[in-house]
Design a protein. Structure first.
Length: 318
């Protein structure tokens, strides 16, 4: 989800078109991993189709199919589904408004702005009515632990008569506890991915254009965002209370992920991209030494705030 304006309507080469499909697939996968919700894609897409120009009638068929998938097949009676829908409406509305107001702005900036504006609105609402946050937090926790409980029960039935390995259930519930504590960061990241996919579908289907998703190596954002990362560090370090520590942890996870992506963008730029063999080697390395790779990418991304490596390389090479 690089921050680059939509490219021309000229038909790209077959290789570039396949790469764009690969980027969209990677974004969809990240949504499934971070926060499995169709609303994060469908709702922003509906906002874009209603409030922005549509050159192809088939786009409305795609929108109708998405709405049927969301409201017809996946609609649930649980309160969490309505919370997800409300968040998607808030973020999708901001994204559509920012796109309408400043269409020349890059995709990454608009998605980040939409998430930031949505968080600001909710922060004001929760400050005025603190009990609302308690309801949201409890609903998410209940959803996550119910899903984990169903998974443990299913695995126990499959593993009979041997049963599950000792400590497996405790480890799983510990992971769910971390997911619950950090769910605002995960939801924010999944929302940015959902907005990018919605924009890609809109540009490709409604406008008949390509190039909505630029390569990762073009990703960069305002250097001033380093202060948001530093603020997260301070909230965790000061430890003024569980609420501040949790807010700082979520800020660090969210901004840290963005800086990891920025570091990866720098490496890909210097390396000239990533081949299939390189991708396989990277996948194997992530299985073995993921913390080392992610830590190195984070440091590179943070350092690029001051070093601006890609611009210096471009200037040096003419």
């Amino acid at each position: 989800m690089a921050d680059a304006p939509t490219r021309s309507a000229e038909t790209p080469s077959g290789g570039e078109d396949r790469r764009e499909w690969t980027r969209a697939a990677a974004l969809l996968l990240s949504i499934l991993v971070l926060w499995d919700s169709t609303a994060l894609v469908v709702v922003p897409l509906l906002f874009l189709l209603v409030g922005h120009p549509v050159r192809r009638a088939a786009a409305f068929l795609v929108g109708a199919a998405g709405a049927f998938l969301l409201f017809g097949l996946e609609a649930r009676a649980g309160g969490t589904w309505y919370l997800e829908l409300a968040w998607a409406v808030l973020a999708g509305g901001w994204f559509a408004a920012l796109t309408l107001r400043r269409p020349e702005t890059g995709l990454f900036h608009r998605a980040l702005g939409a998430v930031g504006a949505s968080v600001a609105v909710l922060a004001g609402a929760f400050a005025a009515r603190p009990e609302w946050w308690g309801v949201v937090d409890w609903s998410v926790r209940d959803r996550l632990f119910r899903a984990a409980g169903r998974g443990v029960s299913a695995l126990r039935e499959l593993q009979q008569p041997d049963g599950l390995p000792a400590g497996f259930a405790d480890t799983l519930y510990g992971m769910v506890e971390v997911q619950w504590v950090l769910f605002p960061a995960f939801l924010g990241l999944a929302t940015m991915a959902g907005l990018a996919v919605a924009w890609w579908v809109y540009v490709r289907v409604a406008q008949g254009r390509h190039g909505a998703l630029a390569p990762l190596q073009e990703l960069r954002f305002e250097d001033q965002l380093i202060w948001v990362f530093i603020a997260g560090l301070l909230m965790v370090a000061v430890a003024a209370g569980d609420g501040w520590t949790r807010a700082g942890s979520n800020t660090l996870v969210f901004m840290g992920t963005l800086y990891v992506l920025r570091g990866a963008a720098v490496v890909l730029f210097l390396n000239g991209g990533l081949s299939l063999l390189g991708g396989l080697v990277l996948a194997m390395a992530m299985l073995l030494v993921a913390p080392v790779i992610l830590g190195a990418a984070l440091l590179i991304g943070l350092g690029d705030t001051w070093l601006n490596v890609r611009e210096k390389v471009r200037a040096a090479t003419g």
